[in-house]
Design a protein around this ligand. Structure first.
Ligand SMILES: Nc1ncnc2c1ncn2[C@@H]1O[C@H](COP(=O)(O)OP(=O)(O)O)[C@@H](O)[C@H]1O
Length: 413
């Protein structure tokens, strides 16, 4: 028996805060462009490699910042702090065609589609599965949108393969956006400094025949070109990077300081964020406690294992619970979706087997709901014995299934 009317919990507060869709959703051209570009590149990948082979790095640290902010200087340091052994990917080095070189020399930017294609192909290399640092992506609003679409695709792949033997190859992606910040004067000064260092270094290499030549960028010798690069960054890149703050792990680093100070800032930022607020001694006493996100990730792997286990060991029970969810709970959940909360009472004897309750909760978790079940035992008076005065009762077991879910923005990464 299903007690629908009594089983649904409404909160007037939740009802009144019901969100209406925006009347005019922003139809940003750049967002549309990004979708077209991304879809073309992604289809290319699927055709060339097959979906099952689209295995990308688990962790990506996307390093952004004005030219001269110290991205190249700090990349190896960041890898060390995060225990990343894979080589970093420097976008400007990926862009090696003569056309791309010419654009770069003038301080401009290479087309988004070309950048995205080269990058995603490069990310598929098997030696960077654990993670890597990306220097110089995303640089434009379109690239920012592509990054979000890429993340969503990684999540879809993960879901798609979660019940297969290759589930472990599609891990939960973690994206960190790290912005190194310097002002215009500092950026120009450092670009020119790099120019002077390159000349001195290359002179030494040529004279001694030892070592490798460094790239000599035109923009590192001309203050006007250097200024132009900084302005391109401020106008095209900076706001786009900041817009990712709400979505991925975001780290803003004051990079206008001596290298040692910048590196301390990086350590602090990459560490658990509360370390920024806590006294270091307090933080030290807490750090033995695992981070919630690590536990959640392990729990998710366990969940996948359990669900696969039910399929093998209790296939009929699994099917019965799936049918129950589909037929008995989904209509109620859909009907009350705005509140994000539904309660369903049932006396279905299916749940007299405790494992059926476990299966129910796990299925809901896998589908993104939070479910819990209370069992209520009620005695229903059935007969009154006139001779003894005793009331005979029937025991009734009611399972109260509470399902919570949310329709609000989900933090990615
Ligand atoms: N904190 C710092 N203080 C002084 N000079 C720095 C600092 N960080 C980097 N530099 C210098 O600035 C120049 C540009 O750094 P680089 O790492 O190549 O910048 P980016 O990769 O962000 O363009 C290099 O000569 C580098 O040695």
């Amino acid at each position: 028996m299903l007690d629908q009317a009594a089983g649904v919990v409404w909160s007037s507060g939740l009802m009144s805060s019901e969100q209406k869709p925006a009347a005019n959703p922003p139809q940003d051209l750049e967002i549309k462009d990004a979708q077209l570009i991304f879809n073309r590149v992604w289809r290319g990948l699927e055709n060339e490699f097959g979906r099952e082979n689209l295995q990308f790095p688990k962790e990506l640290i996307l390093l952004g910042g004005a030219p001269g902010s110290g991205k190249g200087t700090n990349t190896n340091f960041i890898r060390k702090v995060r225990g990343i052994t894979a080589e970093p990917i420097v976008i400007s080095e990926l862009l090696d065609s003569p056309e791309a070189r010419k654009i770069k020399e003038e301080g401009g930017m290479v087309g988004d589609e070309e950048v995205l294609r080269l990058l995603l192909f490069r990310l598929l290399r098997s030696n960077i599965r654990d993670g890597t640092v990306l220097d110089g992506f995303p640089r434009t609003k379109v690239q920012v949108e592509c990054l979000k679409l890429f993340y969503d695709q990684m999540i879809s792949l993960r879901r798609e393969f979660s019940n297969t033997p290759t589930a472990h190859l599609f891990r939960q992606p973690t994206f960190h956006i790290m912005v190194l910040f310097v002002d215009e004067a500092e950026s120009i000064e450092r670009q020119l400094k790099r120019g002077r260092e390159s000349i001195a270094h290359n002179k030494e290499v040529r004279e001694s025949g030892i070592g490798e030549l460094w790239e000599e960028r035109k923009t590192d010798f001309d203050p006007e070109l250097a200024r132009n690069r900084y302005r391109t960054f401020k106008e095209k890149t900076y706001d786009a990077l900041v817009s990712l703050k709400q979505i991925f792990h975001y780290h803003f680093i004051n990079a206008q300081a001596p290298i040692e100070v910048v590196q301390q800032n990086i350590i602090r930022e990459l560490d658990y964020q509360s370390s920024l607020e806590l006294d270091p001694r307090t933080y030290d006493s807490l750090r033995a406690i695992p981070l919630a996100e690590d536990i959640v990730q392990r729990a998710r792997q366990e969940l996948v294992k359990r669900l696969d286990g039910y399929q093998v060991e209790h296939p009929e029970l699994l099917k019965a619970v799936v049918d129950f969810i589909q037929e008995k709970t989904m209509p109620i959940i859909k009907r009350y979706a705005v509140s994000g909360r539904a309660t369903i009472n049932t006396e279905d004897p299916l749940f007299d087997q405790p494992i059926a309750l476990a299966i129910l909760i796990d299925i809901f978790s896998e589908r993104g709901f939070k479910a819990s079940v209370d069992i209520h035992r009620q005695e229903i008076p059935e007969r009154f014995d006139l001779a003894t005065g005793k009331i005979e009762t029937r025991k009734k077991k009611v399972y109260r299934i509470m399902v919570l879910f949310t329709g609000s923005t989900i933090r990615r990464g």
